[in-house]
Design a binder for this molecule. Structure first.
Ligand SMILES: [Zn+2]
Ligand SMILES: [Zn+2]
Ligand SMILES: [Zn+2]
Length: 165
């Protein structure tokens, strides 16, 4: 199916492209171009970082992978699995430490809501939705606790109180 998408758009499946796709299909998580380059390099030493970038652009254009931005100045890539895919997940992104939590333990209410939203959009815009990327931004548990500690320290510490006054 993935190979079909490339062929349909007139791209050849070169050994280099296949090696990059294999890495993306066999690795969970969000890989940067450098990560992918380092993983492809041992099995396919002739590939350069520039051609990894070029291939990733092609795969994004064809819709096989998504390019994601987690606010850490580095693009990440992952396989674009539709809601039926076994690795389909949504993201919780901490704006403080930039950690990304993948979750796929969707509740029935959540699935129902998404389906209603997509059906509604289909009717309003006559737009057939095949996939979605959902990212929630916020603060993770550890970062919230750290912030609380800082506030508490600030309120209790005599040196901090003196500096303030
Ligand atoms: Zn989803
Ligand atoms: Zn955090
Ligand atoms: Zn992800």
């Amino acid at each position: 199916m993935v190979n079909g998408k490339l062929k349909d758009r007139g791209y050849r499946i070169t050994a280099g492209r296949k090696a990059i796709l294999d890495v993306l299909m066999n690795t969970e998580g969000h890989l940067s171009a450098e990560d992918i380059y380092l993983k492809v390099h041992p099995t396919y030493p002739s590939i350069g970082l520039a051609s990894v970038y070029r291939t990733l652009d092609i795969l994004v254009n064809v819709g096989i992978i998504y390019k994601l931005d987690f606010n850490d100045r580095k693009a990440r890539y992952e396989l674009a699995e539709g809601p039926g895919g076994k690795r389909h997940h949504h993201h919780l992104i901490c704006s403080v430490c930039n950690q990304v939590i993948d979750y796929k333990d969707f509740s029935p209410e959540e699935l129902e809501l998404l389906k209603r939203v997509e059906d509604g959009l289909y009717k309003r815009y006559d737009f057939k939705i095949t996939n979605h990327v959902i990212q929630f931004y916020g603060t993770c548990d550890a970062c919230r606790n750290r912030e609380k500690d800082v506030v508490q320290h600030y309120e209790l510490c005599e040196k901090c109180i003196k500096m303030e006054n």
